[in-house]
Design a protein around this ligand. Structure first.
Ligand code: GDP
Length: 482
């Protein structure tokens, strides 16, 4: 880690000139912006009786301080209820987009800007004065890609299942992705207007995934809807609000704003434009912000109806301009005390990114697993199993589950028939899991992603080999691959 003379001085609370003088005494002529390596900084700090480990730029501390309460009179612990943030998932063609559009259309009143809405990646609706925020990139890919970056945005998942089609492969994936994230699921049984609709069959099929309706003694909320006919949409919103109430979702609106980038792009006229979801505090026009390696000042904020807003509180999505570059979806953003801090944090991250490029880190591989089990950091090995036929997937899964021991539990977080796809890799990356392929190969895009994310994919043709490798890893006997 590198720190400049000026930064080090600030951190130690001494004048930069004093440090420069001391460095000159030691024989180096430097300016205030001169970067110091760890060793030099440590030696210099010790001359002033400072602890060596504190010399590195501490992003956490800087950002924690930036998030402190604004205003002298504000008290801590002023948590106020906030709207739930919802993602819609489900199999292709089951009606995710239709449902998002129908809920939105039902909520835009005729008088409002001619009912014109903007697609900014998220919107909010109101039911009897209570708000709900919808992320309008449906599907589990975006959800899990965000989670792989450490973002926890979604409070509740709406799983859409078409009543004429039932549980399909992506339904199952969506369930596993939601469960892996620990997010509660509400089932929207869609297309009930169709003559061939069979909602009871959907309920029956979902019991297999421990999603049991309340009328059958379970705890899962089911709502039968039709996106096409706009049937029971208010009931769905009501159930979301009910679930949110149970969850007691709260945030403190009086802090500086922080949250997650939902999507971002480069606009020809306006420069980088990012849709942000405020999760804590309130973001205001003019706030200095930092997101990933980009920084700037909030120039404009626009809501999903194209209206200018001055401030955005918890769970409110707004489109923001004023950043120096286009951040990635899923990246955090923080409002900070001044633009200098924003710039420092962004530059420090750029530096770290360069260092990380040099020493590519990986998530988890079977080889690393044993070391981590021994150190006691891993109590669970999470596995995704893909195979050519259902029978072999089940056989591998059953054999693997028998390997669980007291020291290390084996959990199969997802299984599926077919090649290893990107969504398997994002799930693995988000959950620190490994992927086992049985008589299948990864798709090229999935391989590239696995390489970038450091996800371990292993291919087998013989069940015994797969099981033996995992057992050996758990017992620390594994010979490295290649
Ligand atoms: P997505 O792939 O999950 O986003 O599904 P879409 O929203 O694109 O819907 C797929 C198809 O199902 C479209 O042709 C929709 O018009 C149709 N659809 C969606 N919801 C309903 C519904 O409630 N009833 C009927 N009859 N058709 C629907």
């Amino acid at each position: 880690d590198v720190i400049t003379v000026g930064e080090l001085a600030k951190r130690m609370g001494v004048k930069a000139n004093e440090l420069i003088r001391e460095l000159m005494r030691q024989g180096s002529m430097v300016t205030i912006n001169h970067p110091l390596d760890f060793e030099t900084a440590a030696i210099l700090a010790s001359e002033f009786h400072y602890e060596v480990e504190n010399v590195a730029f501490d992003e956490e501390t800087v950002l924690a301080h930036a998030g402190e309460k604004l205003g002298e009179e504000a008290k801590t612990g002023d948590l106020k209820p906030r709207p739930p943030v919802v993602t819609i998932m489900g199999h292709v063609d089951h009606g995710k987009t239709s449902l998002l559009d129908a809920i939105r259309a039902a909520n835009v009143t005729a008088g409002e800007a001619g009912g014109i809405t903007q697609h900014i990646g998220a919107y909010d609706v109101e039911l009897d004065g209570r708000k709900i925020t919808f992320l309008d990139t449906p599907g589990h890919e975006a959800f899990t890609a965000m989670r792989a970056r450490g973002a926890k945005v979604t409070d509740i998942v709406i799983l859409v299942v078409a009543a004429d089609d039932g549980v399909m492969p992506q339904t199952k994936e969506a369930i596993n992705h939601s469960k892996a994230a620990g997010v509660p699921i509400i089932i929207a049984v869609n297309k009930i207007d169709k003559p061939e609709a069979n909602p009871e069959r959907v309920k029956q099929e979902l019991t297999e995934f421990e999603l049991v309706p309340e009328e059958w003694g379970g705890e899962t909320i089911f709502v039968e809807v039709s996106a096409k006919k706009q049937t029971n949409l208010d009931q769905l919103l009501e159930m979301i609000l009910l679930q949110a109430e149970v969850m007691e979702l709260k945030a403190d609106p009086d802090k500086r704003g922080k949250g997650t980038i939902v999507e971002a792009r480069l606009d020809k006229g306006r420069g980088p434009v990012a849709t942000v979801l405020v999760q804590e505090g309130t973001l205001k026009i003019g706030d200095p912000i930092v997101s990933g390696v980009h920084f700037g000042r909030v120039r404009t904020m626009t809501d999903d109806r194209g209206s200018r807003v001055e401030a955005a509180g918890p769970s409110m999505p707004v489109e923001v301009t004023g950043l120096s570059g286009v951040p990635d979806a899923g990246e955090m953003f923080h409002a900070v005390e001044d633009e200098k801090v924003a710039k420092d944090v962004a530059q420090h991250r750029q530096q770290k990114l360069r260092e990380a490029e040099l020493a590519k880190t990986s998530k988890i591989s079977l080889e690393q697993l044993y070391a981590r089990i021994k150190e006691g950091d891993v109590k669970e090995l999470k596995v995704i199993v893909k195979g050519d036929v259902q029978g072999s997937v089940e056989a591998v899964k059953d054999a693997l589950l028998k390997l669980s021991t007291d020291a290390c539990r084996l959990v199969v977080i997802h299984t599926g028939v077919g090649g290893i796809i990107e969504s398997d890799v994002t799930l693995a990356a988000a959950s620190d899991a490994i992927v086992l392929g049985f008589n299948v190969r990864p798709e090229p895009k999935a391989s590239t992603l696995a390489e970038n994310e450091g996800v371990d994919i292993r291919m087998y043709n013989i069940i015994y080999d797969a099981v033996a490798d995992v057992r050996d890893a758990m017992e620390g006997l594994l010979a490295p691959t290649l």
